[in-house]
Ligand binder design. Structure first.
Ligand code: ZN
Length: 233
């Protein structure tokens, strides 16, 4: 059975949907994201063409083969990399060279830089607000401004858990990144900014970092403190 969710209402709907988990456990069981994607083994470059402005297009000829990739498999926080570096054209090009284009037509018409950079800015802004203050009344308003996510959902059998579960299939890498974002902000973990490197990381139960951690890793806590000591001398 394939259920198509076309979420035309603001992203809050998608996030609320993701948050919904039957059962009572405190640790939400996350839906699996299943995502096949295609990238050009020759890489990508930025072109400027009127009237579209800057686009990120593939280097290979349209008839040349693309290679299959699964950019969302190695980590459930690729969205953080995107929010960190995707706001600049150079950062976006880096990201696309590694993980493939962001939009459905990225391998044909190219990714429009202005449009995808806007997504990165919105995501970055939301992450900053969430990590800064969870009591903020303006958060609801901010989430209203977030884009909708499009994906297919399928019920599959999980042989390990011996239970049926939802499997989410994003339409594009950009949709997949928003899904990952939704899973991270709705599972109850706190998101903070590392005082040493500025990267976002999760704290609290199940994340490996204490709720009040200021650093993404022990290495960065140590690096930060030794830098501070050498400055004080
Ligand atoms: Zn760090």
């Amino acid at each position: 059975m394939v259920v198509i969710f076309s979420l035309l209402s603001p992203n809050v709907t998608a996030i609320l949907y993701i948050q919904y988990t039957p059962g009572t456990g405190r640790m939400a069981q996350l839906q699996t994201i299943n995502f096949d994607w295609w990238r050009d083994p020759k890489g990508y470059r930025i072109v400027r063409e009127k009237p579209w402005g800057h686009r990120i297009v593939r280097k290979g000829h349209p008839r040349e083969k693309l290679e299959l990739c699964r950019p969302l498999d190695p980590t459930d926080s690729l969205f953080r990399v995107f929010a960190n570096i995707g706001t600049s054209p150079k950062g976006l090009l880096d990201f696309v060279n590694r993980h493939g284009p962001l939009t459905l037509t990225g391998n044909d018409q190219g990714d429009p830089v202005g449009h995808v950079a806007w997504h990165a800015r919105v995501m970055q802004d939301l992450l900053k607000s969430v990590s800064a203050d969870r009591q903020q009344t303006s958060l609801a308003e901010k989430f209203n401004g977030a884009p909708a996510v499009t994906f297919d959902a399928m019920v599959v059998w999980d042989p390990v858990a011996k239970a049926a579960k939802w499997e989410l299939r994003p339409r594009s890498l950009l949709d997949g990144l928003w899904l990952q974002f939704g899973q991270a902000v709705t599972r109850g973990a706190n998101i903070r900014t590392c005082a040493h490197c500025g990267a976002w990381f999760e704290t609290g139960a199940g994340t490996g970092r204490r709720l009040d951690s200021k650093f993404c890793s022990d290495e960065h806590r140590i690096a930060f403190n030794s830098l501070k000591r050498s400055k004080e001398k």
